[in-house]
Design a protein around this ligand. Structure first.
Ligand SMILES: *Cc1c(COP(=O)(O)O)cnc(C)c1O
Length: 388
């Protein structure tokens, strides 16, 4: 029996373990100095003014939507080709969700479709308040064009960069918020760096930052300048909004800070492995990932699409044969609008055909920092054998 190769996994060193143990032996295991050190490291790397660490990217998306003022009667638009959290964040705020179909080449939100949908929405008076571009697999969306549309139509841009820490757009780090109000990262173990569970919101705006740090901790402030009356004393705080407890622990933040020290190494290795896939898989009846000239992906995922008319097997058969051979392939993503919860909100199969066509053909191959060339060669060989 050969070993199972997962599609993604974390890489933890002794230095990571030591960083966590140091926190466990210190006075602060939550709300201590490790959190701001981690936030500063990410903000510096991304060239953003502020970073707010929270318990997950889902929590980050939620408070980012709240900070954007999203509420009942408002709309959030995102890509159907994403994890459900990119859309659910609107529903948490009592807002409504709609989707913009994907581009056939990049699999990211299609800018022309977005532009068309905005034209119609303007006439109908239901323009979105927030648009969430998702940088699928680590490849940035065309942010300058999205920012242009946001100025024209007045929506807030919230980047779901859960896949994309370490990626670049026009030579600059994703997360710098040059073309958005806020950017969210995920630190789930399959993502580029990990804190176990964790997420972060980055922004350059002072007002949003103030709201985000309050929303992370019950809507409470200890900043006297923000209080509605003079402080009652050293114990005093005020609750100004209905926030949540989305605080990350110092234990997790220490792991995150330690992992940040290797971000370039992580992403560099992923790029090497992606290049090896590109070389070895050309000539097979599959479409390899297309890269837009303005982007440098962090390669969270390596997604191929089967050219089904050239195969005698179905998508599912290929998937099952690979799994049976110990290759932990996966599928990113089931179009969100086809989930039963979203169908019950009125969406149906057929609503976003490009995302659905992608779903019928896509397979994510194993890709992670610790993937050995021997194991990757086994993926090539198994795939070739299965498809030829
Ligand atoms: C992983 C992921 C999320 C959610 O991240 P968590 O940290 O697990 O909450 C959101 N959006 C996308 C695109 C993701 O891949």
């Amino acid at each position: 029996m050969s070993d199972y190769i997962p599609y993604g996994r974390q890489d933890i060193t002794q230095a990571d373990i030591d960083a966590v143990v140091t926190v466990l032996q210190s006075d602060w295991i939550t709300q201590g100095p490790s959190i701001s050190r981690f936030e500063q490291a990410v903000a510096d790397y991304c060239k953003a003014k502020y970073a707010v660490a929270v318990t997950s990217a889902t929590a980050a998306l939620h408070i980012a939507c709240l900070a954007a003022g999203l509420g009942s009667g408002d709309w959030l638009w995102t890509s159907p080709n994403t994890f459900v959290a990119s859309a659910n964040c609107a529903l948490y705020c009592g807002a409504q969700v709609d989707f913009v179909d994907i581009d056939a080449k990049t699999y990211n939100l299609d800018i022309e479709a977005l532009e068309q949908k905005l034209l119609v929405a303007e006439l109908q008076g239901n323009l979105p308040k927030v648009v969430v571009p998702v940088h699928l697999a680590g490849q940035s969306c065309e942010m300058e064009r999205i920012a242009g549309l946001s100025r024209k139509y007045g929506f807030t841009v919230l980047e779901d960069a859960s896949h994309a820490i370490g990626a670049r757009y026009r030579g600059q780090p994703v997360g710098n918020c040059q073309f958005s109000e806020m950017t969210v990262f995920s630190f789930h173990p399959v993502k580029i760096i990990t804190t176990g569970e964790g997420g972060m919101v980055l922004t350059n705006r002072d007002d949003l930052y103030e709201q985000l740090i309050r929303l992370r901790t019950h809507g409470i402030t200890r900043n006297e300048h923000l209080m509605t009356e003079a402080s009652h004393g050293p114990w005093y705080y005020q609750q100004l909004d209905l926030g949540l407890n989305y605080r990350i622990t110092d234990i997790q933040a220490a792991l995150g800070w330690s992992q940040m020290q290797r971000l370039e190494e992580f992403v560099g290795r992923r790029r090497q492995l992606a290049a090896r896939y590109n070389e070895s898989l050309s000539g097979l009846p599959i479409s390899l990932p297309h890269q837009h000239a303005d982007t440098l992906s962090s390669w969270h995922l390596y997604v191929v699409r089967l050219q089904l008319d050239e195969l005698r097997l179905t998508h599912r058969q290929v998937f099952e044969l690979l799994r049976a051979a110990g290759i932990g392939v996966n599928l990113h993503y089931i179009p969100v609008h086809t989930q039963p919860y979203y169908q019950q909100l009125g969406f149906n199969w057929g609503d976003f055909p490009e995302a659905e066509q992608y779903y019928r053909e896509a397979i994510s191959l194993p890709l992670y920092y610790g993937l050995s060339e021997t194991d990757q060669n086994r993926v090539f060989a198994t795939l070739k054998q299965t498809l030829m």
